[in-house]
Design a binder for this molecule. Structure first.
Ligand SMILES: [Zn+2]
Length: 143
């Protein structure tokens, strides 16, 4: 009877609330790594390829915030350009910093969006079959 009941957690069905590996393009299991130096760092490391995984539902608001901040910092730089040129470099520095991280997140979110669009176009049976084959593949790899 095994292999006939539907998968409870199909790694190939997009779920923005679950951690996703951009390299494997799947909701793989992950190792939660935390370490302390000056700050506490944590990383969700894909059990299959060790890439850092991310949670689309949590990343999106941070990304929007950072890109919004970048825009505001750029507008400030523009507004200060004529009379307060001394502050412009600072504004541009902030904009560059938040922009860099924001666009990096945008890049990964884009990978997520295109994958989830692609997956949603498939039928439930197809996803089910893909998910099963994928799980078998991972089990083989881990041996
Ligand atoms: Zn991976």
């Amino acid at each position: 009877m095994t292999g006939e009941e539907p998968l409870e957690r199909n790694p190939h069905v997009p779920d923005s609330g679950r951690y996703w590996c951009y390299r494997c393009k799947a909701h793989n299991d992950f190792d939660h790594i935390t370490w302390r130096s000056n700050d506490t760092y944590e990383k969700m490391s894909c059990v299959r390829c060790q890439a850092s995984m991310f949670n689309p539902a949590r990343t999106k608001p941070v990304m929007v915030g950072l890109l919004g901040f970048t825009l505001v910092a750029l507008l400030f730089a523009l507004a200060l350009w004529r009379d307060y040129r001394g502050y412009v470099a600072g504004c541009l520095g902030f904009a560059a910093f938040s922009g860099l991280i924001g666009f990096m997140m945008l890049y990964y979110m884009n990978l997520w969006w295109s994958w989830s669009r692609f997956q949603r176009a498939k039928s439930a049976e197809q996803l089910e079959q893909e998910g099963r084959q994928y799980i078998v593949l991972i089990e083989k790899e881990q041996k």
